[in-house]
Each structure stands twice: as C-alpha cells, then as structure tokens.
Design a protein around this ligand. Structure first.
Ligand SMILES: [Fe+2]
Length: 219
C-alpha cells in the first residue's frame, strides 16, 4: 500500500517538475514567437525577445524612435539606472525598448533585420551616461486587442557589463483603464520601481514620464 502511495507521489512530483520547466514566466515579452529558453537566453542569435546586442555602435544616452510622419502623441520617457544598491548611478547600461503604434501593432517596413522582424521599427537603444541617465522620444503606443485586455506597453530590455541581457515588465500608463489589479498583481520584474508611469504634459505639450531602474542579475 505504502509503495503504491510512494509511486503515485513520485509520478505527481515528476509531472509537476516537467510542467514547471515548460511554463513560461508571466509578463514575458508577449509579441514574439516561442522563446528558446524559459527565462533568459545566452544565445543572442536565437533569442527572439532580445535586442540589446543589435545596438548601433554610436548608441547615445538619448534617442528619437519614430520616423518623421509617424502618427501619435509625442511621448518622452527618461530615467536613471542604478546599481543594485539602488543609489549609485549605473553608466554604460544598454536600454533597448520597442512598442506598438497607434493601432496597437508592431509596424514593419519590410526591411527589418534580426529581431526587428518581430519588434518592428518602433524600437531603439540607449546607453546610460556617467550619471546613469537615459531618455527616448517616441509616440504613445496603443494597446493591442488580441491579448485579453493587456495594457498598452513599452517593452524594456537591459544589458550592461556583468549584466547579461534581461527583460523587465514593460511600462504601463497610469491613466490606462486596462491597468487593473489583475495586471498589477502579475508584474514579474518591475525593475525596482513601479512600472506604472504617470504621464504629465510639458511646456511644449509633450507627454512626459519617468522610469528609474535598479539593476538585477539574471541568467
Ligand atoms: Fe507587446
């Protein structure tokens, strides 16, 4: 009898381990084909959610993402990246972001390279300056409709010396009615501060928001 019980327990434990191993993390980037690794990937060539290794050589602390004529409300997001102590600014950190357009899609021109084929052309790279600062100018993204009410978002990837590339839960906007308790509870990696950003209008009528980040290490 005891042996039967032990066998059953073993079976259920094995099933659980197999299930856990193949489960995807919540809030992983959601617009990409199946990941090649459950969480992080060390193989940049096969990593569909990655992007930091595609940064141009002349990457700056600030970038402008949309091509001229792109529709949408102008949005400027800035922030400081900190070392894990939460106080010391982290320089030379690559911040890679991508997002949807005003129709909630990742728009493509057709000539995209590497992960631009999935992420579209509304993407960009920054490298934090000596004060850990980064900033990008873009248009406010719209939510898409095929993901059960997911809030509008901007995907974030981080990478730096001694920090293999990892993703953060994307930026959401505090005035987006889709940012419900259900989503707030599902945040996997806020990056040390809330990922729900309150936007304000500056003197030029641009939307502005801030996202600071505390570095973490993932493998
Ligand atoms: Fe997405």
């Amino acid at each position: 009898m005891n042996m039967k019980k032990n066998t059953l327990t073993l079976c259920f434990t094995s099933l659980y381990i197999v299930f856990a191993a193949y489960s995807q993390p919540k809030n992983k980037p959601d617009n990409v084909p199946n990941q090649t690794s459950p969480v992080e990937s060390s193989n940049q060539e096969k990593c569909n959610w990655c992007g930091t290794s595609e940064a141009p050589e002349n990457v700056s602390w600030r970038t402008i993402i949309p091509p001229k004529g792109e529709l949408g409300e102008k949005l400027i997001i800035s922030g400081t990246v900190y070392l894990p102590d939460g106080k010391t600014p982290a320089k030379d950190i690559i911040v890679y972001i991508h997002h949807t357009n005003t129709e909630g899609i990742y728009p493509k021109k057709g000539d995209e390279k590497r992960n631009g084929k999935y992420h579209g052309y509304l993407r960009g790279w920054m490298k934090t300056d000596s004060k850990g600062k980064y900033e990008f100018e873009t248009i406010r993204p719209a939510p898409y409709h095929s993901h059960g009410g997911e809030p509008a978002h901007i995907h974030y990837n981080i990478q730096g010396p001694n920090y293999p590339e990892y993703w953060l839960t994307g930026i959401w906007f505090a005035d987006d009615p889709r940012v419900t308790d259900k989503y707030i509870k599902s945040v996997k990696r806020s990056g040390g501060f809330s990922n729900v950003i309150t936007l304000t209008k500056d003197e030029n009528d641009n939307l502005r928001g801030q996202r600071n980040i505390i570095l973490e290490k993932f493998k």
